[in-house]
Design a protein around this ligand. Structure first.
Ligand code: NCD
Length: 319
């Protein structure tokens, strides 16, 4: 049974096929209106979300399927002391695919051991967020026409920002990609992520100053300081406004650089940047819906066919 816990669970060829399918779905959504008819997606969100949960539900509804689930741990049996694995065993009896978000790192992996349907990690603590990464890859490919040969700047909370960890791990697999990490000392990329990059000889630099590196970037990926993962509020308050991208700072950037953000934005991008053609974060939101449509389709079809390769049965299903 295929699950998506970590972005590296997918081969590069599978990622390409998912992005191709998402492109086709975006161009002709009506052709996929019945693709998931009769199937049910569960969204189990033990941690709050706007975009991720709603985009999963929108994706399944756009494919003709149904959804059920909960939007916070308070409204589930977790409050009665039920274990995660018992919840998963139960929900997998009711549904065909499960998207779950959990504050504990590794919770979706633990869930996948007990589930009888595919599990999709919709964010686990400060660890990973593979479907945001698929969204980001689709956005970069649509805006820049390629995924290789990029200098990617990631800025903000690189310690707790799970979207950054998954994005680095995904983009590191494409040729000639370099990373520029922009963060305060306290919020540097975790050592385990850096060690992996060194092992693979992926070039990266670390800096505290956004201004210095701006002209070299193809992509600037901004992130929010992750308040909910701080141990004390004073540290959060001290660090939260370290980077604010303004129109002035953008002047030093290339005309074809793109500014991305997984959202929610707090203060880190001035709203005046929204009208700059380089700001693509709302286009990114739209990509999230279609890439999740592609992922749900591929995982459910593979599970139904008992296949361990996504897209092996593409011709038979004609999608
Ligand atoms: C991100 C997340 O949940 O990690 N949001 C999202 O899924 N689009 C980023 C964040 O919360 O800062």
């Amino acid at each position: 049974m295929r699950h998506l816990i970590n972005i590296t669970d997918l081969t590069c060829a599978e990622i390409d096929s998912l992005l191709d399918l998402a492109d086709r779905m975006m161009k002709a959504p009506a052709a996929y209106r019945e693709t998931m008819r009769g199937r049910i997606l569960a969204t189990l969100f033990f941690e709050p979300s706007t975009r991720t949960r709603l985009s999963f539900e929108s994706a399944m509804l756009s494919l003709g399927g149904g959804t059920l689930g909960f939007a916070s741990a308070d409204s589930s049996s977790a409050t009665k002391g039920e274990s995660l694995t018992d919840t998963i065993r139960t929900v997998s009896a009711y549904t065909d695919v499960i998207a779950m978000r959990h504050p504990k790192e590794g919770a979706p992996l633990a869930a996948s051991f007990k589930s009888t349907v595919p599990i999709i990690n919709a964010g686990d603590g400060g660890h990973n967020h593979p479907t945001q990464t698929l969204t980001d890859l689709l956005t970069i490919r649509q805006e820049k026409g390629r995924l290789h040969g990029m200098t990617v700047g990631v800025c903000g909370d690189l310690k707790f920002g799970r979207t950054v960890h998954s994005l680095i791990s995904a983009m590191s697999r494409y040729p000639d990609v370099k990373f520029v990490m922009i963060s305060p000392q306290e919020l540097r990329v975790p050592e385990y992520v850096l060690a992996e990059m060194r092992k693979k000889n992926i070039p990266y630099t670390e800096t505290e100053r956004m201004e210095d590196v701006m002209p070299s970037l193809d992509v600037l990926y901004m992130t929010r300081v992750q308040r909910e993962r701080f141990f004390n509020e004073a540290d959060y308050v001290r660090l939260k406004d370290t980077y604010i991208l303004t129109e002035d700072k953008l002047q030093a950037a290339r005309q074809d650089m793109i500014v991305m953000h997984p959202l929610p934005r707090v203060n880190e991008i001035s709203t005046r940047v929204d009208d700059d053609p380089r700001a693509v974060y709302f286009k990114q939101v739209r990509c999230g819906r279609f890439v999740r449509m592609a992922l749900i389709t591929a995982l459910v079809h593979a599970a139904e066919a008992g296949a361990d390769t996504l897209f092996a049965q593409e011709e038979r299903n004609e999608y």
